[in-house]
Design a protein around this ligand. Structure first.
Ligand code: UDP
Length: 311
């Protein structure tokens, strides 16, 4: 297959490029490097079947030649970015998704949307199945990401129903691992980097809010299984092992043998109280489930950050 990967220089996008190339697919990676980094794909330059294009996909996207699949992973995704670059997030989720659906339609290609557990907002149902419609504050600070992705899902299904485009939608739950940005502001990267540097670990609120963390290798394996499947419509891909944020902070300290203390800071607005994927559908349709426990994945992530930061 010849696959266009938007956000190809990002955390997840760059791993997708690796996996696709490893199985013999050709890859056209597109990224405007707003939050993506060339460091993530430097090893791919000069490799057969790999092309990189620096471009903002919220503007018209032209890709010469045949395309078999378009995987739309371009978007800043850390809550810390939601207040820093809100308009770009809205544009890449809405205008970008429209442009890439247009490209998929034109090329007769499959369209694969990177959606998010954020479509569930601060969920009133736990764990969250795909059938749950969500609880999102449209005008809140997280709304720029949540609503852009909700719009993207609607647009994807409209292109499927109206234009007959073959589509896949993955709802990604908190994913972590090698190639996260050390300063991206998320809990895993903040805690591990703070622990490695002996700085205070910043838990927001009382740390009783929960998340369910999936290591990137498990996550990307799930993406490719979904891409290759016949399943149209959203599918949760995530690790249902749920932890409080305080537990995550303690684990980061333990695994790095850190002397850091845990400090408590104000909880940001609309921060979901709990989140855990119901992955019944993925297990049934794809035979997929995560394999890497948090302890192992976090240790691998800590080694990566330690090397990157020279600690
Ligand atoms: N969080 C925290 N300290 C940090 C960064 C995040 O306590 O330094 C909390 C955040 O408030 C949220 C959880 O950790 O409750 C997960 O945050 P993250 O930014 O990783 O992703 P989210 O799941 O909120 O999109």
């Amino acid at each position: 297959m010849r696959v266009v990967v938007t956000g190809g220089a990002g955390f997840l996008g760059s791993h997708i490029c690796d996996y696709l190339l490893a199985r013999g697919d050709e890859v056209v990676a597109i990224d405007n490097l707003l939050t993506g980094r060339l460091d993530n794909i430097n090893h791919l330059f000069g490799r057969d079947g790999f092309t990189f294009v620096k471009h903002d996909v919220s503007k018209f996207v032209h890709v010469p030649g045949d395309v078999d699949a378009v995987m739309h992973f371009a978007s800043p995704a850390s809550p810390a970015d939601f207040e820093r670059i809100p308009i770009q997030i809205l544009k890449v989720g809405s205008l970008g998704s429209h442009n890439l659906l247009g490209l998929a339609k034109e090329k007769g290609a499959k369209f694969f949307l990177a959606s998010t557990s954020e479509v569930y907002g601060d969920p009133e149902i736990h764990p969250q199945p795909e059938s749950y419609w969500g609880h999102v504050n449209t005008i809140g600070i997280r709304g720029v990401y949540d609503e852009a992705k909700r719009f993207a899902e609607s647009m994807t299904m409209a292109y499927h129903r109206y234009h007959g485009v073959d589509v896949r939608i993955v709802r990604i739950f908190n994913t972590y691992g090698v190639r996260m940005r050390p300063d991206d502001g998320r809990a895993v990267s903040n805690f591990v980097v703070q622990a490695l540097q002996g700085k205070p670990i910043t838990v927001y609120g009382d740390g009783s809010q929960t998340r369910s963390f999936c290591f990137m290798d498990d996550e990307v394996r799930g993406f490719l299984a979904l891409l290759d499947s016949d399943h149209v419509g959203p599918m949760n891909i995530g690790n249902p092992d749920e932890y409080t944020i305080l537990e995550l902070a303690q684990l980061a300290v333990e695994l790095t043998n850190s002397s850091s203390e845990i400090v408590f800071e104000p909880l940001p607005a609309d921060d979901p109280a709990r989140r855990r994927p119901d992955i019944t559908l993925a297990k049934k349709v794809l035979g997929w489930q995560p394999e890497i426990p948090l302890r192992e994945g976090l240790a691998r992530t800590a080694s990566y950050f330690a090397e990157l930061l020279g600690t």
